[in-house]
Design a binder for this molecule. Sequence first.
Ligand SMILES: Nc1nc2c(ncn2[C@@H]2O[C@H](COP(=O)(O)OP(=O)(O)O)[C@@H](O)[C@H]2O)c(=O)[nH]1
Ligand SMILES: [Mg+2]
Length: 333
Amino acid sequence: MIARAMTETSLAQRLLNGDRRALARAITLVEDDRPEGWELVREIYPHTGKAEVVGFTGPPGVGKSTLIGALTKARRAAGRTVGVLSIDPSSPFTHGALLGDRIRLSEHFLDQGVFIRSMANRGALGGLSEAALQAALLLDAAGRQDVFVETVGVGQAEIDIIDHADTIVLVLMPGSGDSIQALKAGVMEIPDVIVINKAEHPLTDTMVREIRGVLSLANLDRSPEEVRGSWRVPIIKTEATHGRGIEELVSALDEHRAHILSKGQLSERRRRNLRNEVLAIATARMRRRLEEELREDSEFQHLLDEVVERRLDPASAAATLLERAAGVEQPVE
Ligand SMILES: Nc1nc2c(ncn2[C@@H]2O[C@H](COP(=O)(O)OP(=O)(O)O)[C@@H](O)[C@H]2O)c(=O)[nH]1
Ligand SMILES: [Mg+2]
């Protein structure tokens, strides 16, 4: 026990010192949903909140990983340390995926100032989203100044992760009309920055105009003060494979950060994000607890039989379940 505690203390300390191997091990612990992982996060949490977290979302194949590679290069050139979390089980951020790109990310794999990790482990009980958020905290505590999180903009889990970024970048490419539809329909929240990658495509400017149209429609629901005081979403054209437009993207990210800082929106945003995180973890644990409690519960089996036999509707059964759960833990008044 004592030996274990000592090892964990030193892991936290090594992590806080920016040790990459400690960071890698720590992320594995949270990815595997190990109690030591949660313990570690508890220990290092007071040291977090310094990293600038940028989330990148968008359909597969638009060039998110390549773009993050180019951006990493720019941030490194400015002397900043970078952490990258890729949460895309379909296209992990590997050497292989990046070979052939002009921007050789393999060079970053040798750079001590860059830490790249892809997460695809959905086996953990807590879920991928929970683990990814903890991993982002670990990168932050390890002193990474920029943390880039890549997710595919489809599932709810991915969207939850992106919710925890200070700045959200939606990456599209000419022809990804579905995403414009999603923006229009309000399915997708308006991001802070929109990137049209693969801008060498002849339909790029048409796409930029379409998106401007959607954004101005979105502004119609807002009061004039809201529009005046608010951020105007820039649309940046990039060609990630050739590093084109990256300077503009860097400026847009810096401007967005300055904007939310000046308006006090950063702390507001973080508060909202942390609230969501606390709720997400609590909900996941409650569900887990409930599932465990009900696994061999004959009363529940009976309730379920009633539902199956159409004598009781599902909502009433759920209400009974909740009443019973509340009854057990109800404090004496
Ligand atoms: N033509 C062109 N191809 C690009 C550009 N950026 C990335 N790609 C290529 O698009 C493919 C998908 O890129 P990737 O970064 O893996 O996309 P992700 O799935 O969004 O992460 C790769 O073959 C890249 O080399 C670009 O600006 N122009
Ligand atoms: Mg990718």
